[in-house]
Design a protein around this ligand. Structure first.
Ligand code: UDP
Length: 324
């Protein structure tokens, strides 16, 4: 297949590109390199452009024919979205609208869209399935939910086929150690824990120790980035037989507290990683754990990485010798 990967130079997108090229699909990456890395794409053709530039998108679709689009371009930091919501709505909502219009003009009717557990807000239930209410508590989650609504409307109006994948906490790195997670500044837990393991000057902060959880720190469901990639391929296969807009959670179904993640990283690295307790971070829900039963049943997706130690082990291999 010929697949356009928007945001293919980013963390999850670059793993997707590696997955697709290993299966010998034809891939073109479209990325503005605002947070992504050219080196993460290797030899795969890349057009440097922005979703906020409709002329650049039109030129892209004039130059190439695609069977489907995967859309990973987004601003994705909860705290930043609270401080600067306009940027989040501009990038994530307006940018996606531009992409959808360009796809419509070009006659491309299949999209896999990266959404997030943040659409659920601060759920009261233990394990979240797709029937849980969507009540985002930060602009990042709200921006993704707006796109989900656009996709439902586009299915009815234009016949756009789409699969929305609500990721829980993407983590880990390709087992080759060639690509991995590299953000500047880094805000995510596992990379920050591993940075603290590598450099004792880098002080790890644990945001909030007074949540109503088993040890007072937030619980998250960590899902390996290669498992996210395999789900996208299954989503493309699913759209061949299903029209309309569909959505699925992607997680492991197991939650780990921040302190449990630090404990696992200590086991994997052999370093007694130090941390200090800090105030809660704005916009953080206490617990987010997925039921992925729907993805399992309808996409036939089962994550290969189920243990947090194995996920951290793959991330550690990357962090020890980060290439970009
Ligand atoms: N966290 C932390 N210290 C850090 C980074 C994150 O305590 O340096 C916490 C954060 O408050 C949240 C959890 O780790 O409870 C996961 O945060 P992350 O940013 O990795 O993902 P998010 O759930 O925000 O998408």
């Amino acid at each position: 297949m010929r697949i356009l990967v928007c945001g293919g130079a980013g963390y999850i997108g670059s793993h997707m590109v590696g997955y697709l090229t290993a299966l010998e699909h034809e891939v073109v990456v479209y990325d503005n390199l605002s947070t992504g890395h050219r080196a993460a794409v290797g030899m795969v053709p890349m057009v440097v452009g922005d979703l906020l530039d409709p002329a650049s998108l039109a030129a892209l679709f004039m130059a190439h024919r695609f069977d489907a689009v995967m859309h990973f371009c987004a601003r994705s930091l909860v705290g930043e979205s609270v401080d600067d919501p306009y940027t989040y709505y501009q990038n994530n909502v307006v940018g996606t609208l531009n992409l959808l219009r360009a796809m419509h003009t070009a006659g491309i009717d299949k999209l896999v869209f990266s959404s997030t557990a943040a659409v659920y807000g601060a759920p009261q239930t233990g394990v979240i399935d797709e029937t849980c209410p969507v009540e985002p508590i930060n602009p990042y989650g709200a921006s993704k939910l707006m796109v989900e609504r656009m996709l439902a409307d586009a299915a009815k109006a234009y016949g756009l086929r789409s699969v929305t994948l609500r990721y829980f906490n993407a983590a880990g790195a390709d087992p080759s150690g060639e690509i991995g997670e590299s953000h500047e500044p880094e805000t995510h837990l596992i990379p920050n824990v591993l940075r603290a393991a590598l450099c004792s000057d880098s002080v790890l902060k644990v945001f909030g120790g007074d949540y109503a959880t088993r040890d007072g720190t937030c619980v998250r469901d960590y899902v390996h980035v290669s498992d996210l990639a395999s789900a996208h391929m299954k989503a493309i296969e699913f759209m061949a037989g299903h029209d309309g807009a569909h959505l699925f959670n992607l997680g492991n179904g197991k939650g780990f507290t921040v302190l449990e993640v630090i404990g696992a990283a200590r086991r994997v690295t052999g370093v007694n990683i130090a941390f200090e307790l800090a105030p809660r971070r704005m916009g953080d829900p206490p617990v987010l754990v997925a039921s992925s039963a729907k993805a399992h049943d309808l996409l036939c997706w089962t994550p290969a990485f189920t243990e947090v130690d194995a996920i951290i082990e793959s991330a550690w291999r990357w962090h020890k010798q980060m290439r970009y």
